[in-house]
Design a protein around this ligand. Structure first.
Ligand SMILES: [Zn+2]
Length: 94
């Protein structure tokens, strides 16, 4: 699992392995504790994480927003779990 988080200093979205405790921000060089950073979503692989991070940045940019509201975060999680379930039904994992 990977966690989509945001750097508390420069607010760049990024992702970490869920066992990782510290993250060094590639954008501003700030080292921070993963558990203290705002967490947005848990995803299954890093390709997905990268894709979602880009979508999230695009979304904020398009809407001229600085952050997601609690409802938007909830929606994001819902979208992701729904998409995941559909995929598992099409390609069942044994
Ligand atoms: Zn940063």
């Amino acid at each position: 699992m990977y966690l989509i988080i945001r750097c508390p200093q420069c607010v760049t979205f990024t992702y970490v392995d869920n066992f990782q405790r510290w993250k060094l921000c590639p954008t501003c060089g700030h080292a921070y504790e993963v558990s203290k950073a705002p967490m947005y979503l848990e995803v299954q692989d890093h390709h997905e994480a990268e894709h979602i991070v880009r979508q999230m940045e695009k979304h904020l940019h398009a809407n001229k927003k600085k952050d997601f509201s609690a409802e938007e975060k909830e929606e994001l999680r819902h979208h992701y779990t729904t998409a995941l379930k559909q995929r598992q039904q099409q390609h069942p994992v044994h």
